[in-house]
Write a protein that binds this ligand. Sequence first.
Ligand code: MUC
Ligand code: MG
Length: 367
Amino acid sequence: MKISKVEAIPFAIPYRKPLVFASGEVRVAEHVLVRVHTDDGLVGTAEAPPRPFTYGETQASIIAVVDGILGPAMAGASPLDREAIHARLNKTVGNPTAKAALDMALWDLIGQAVGVPVTQLLGGFTDRMRVSHMLGFDEPGAMADEAERMLDVFGIRTFKVKVGRSPVELDVAVCRAIRERLGDRVELYVDGNRGWSASQSLRALRQMADLDLTMAEELCPADDVLGRRWLVEHSPLPFVADESVSTPAEVTREILGGSATMVSIKTARTGFTGSQRVHHLCESLGVEVVMGNQIDGQLGSLCSAAFGAAYRSTSARAGELSNFLDMSDDLLADPLEIREGELLVRELPGLGIEIDEDKLAHYRQDT
Ligand code: MUC
Ligand code: MG
């Protein structure tokens, strides 16, 4: 089995409900579908979500790097030789979501070739993930309405609330409104996407001390090195590193440097191979993890769930797996379904992805 062709297909699907947060916003899912073909007729599939405000990648840059460098670097290799392929890919720095999508497509190929679901190849800890929903910026009442709808319709009981606006009282009021509306039926945590300074962050955490939040994510920039350490030292909550830990080495640096106490694992940026390294590293360091969301579509969410369900620590908490619910449509022939707040992994070989070719023809942007 040798890699014969690598495709990077741009597509665009509008959001019904745009997601707005401190570092940016997403109104249209302008993603890249990656297909890795082998000479024996298998096709491995994954998607790359460009996030210029986090990694500097764009849809055009992902296509250029896959078509011009990464795809040719993989050609002729066996998908089983993942470490050799990564050594070739890593001769080019950066481009995390492009590399992650290619990595996940390789695992999809391997799973199909041996007839085993990827989640079992990875670890096979459980068959499901509890789901956490991410709530983007709006007025307090509207965000409480949205959380209530997610609880009523999908049974979701964990919410990550986007914060990071000024004055901090705006987001404090949002968290208070959601807690007042849903009481102790739900878990709440916050993500600032680096929007606050260290001192604003601590002020906000103090004002929210009675709201029983479970975690605080990336409230201020990790590049504010001493301010961030000071904040983490004084934070009453576990402090999650997200965009500051896009590689295993960054995990080591941020955790040992005292700039975070938990880690968000995103398959969209570290694929399965890199996410395994992050998982094993966190396990060895005794650091808790949460499965994060890169504002993924259904393909990306399916990949996150496959990884999250594979290990004890990644499935211990609800994973952020539901933002595709805000999209107007998607590409999967057999759409994901969240029921009673849970997402089941697919029991099919590989990742169990079947693309609806009519939808792809409709949403692709290169024809
Ligand atoms: C998140 O957890 O921060 C928004 C920016 C990004 O990099 O990911 C999303 C969600
Ligand atoms: Mg985050």
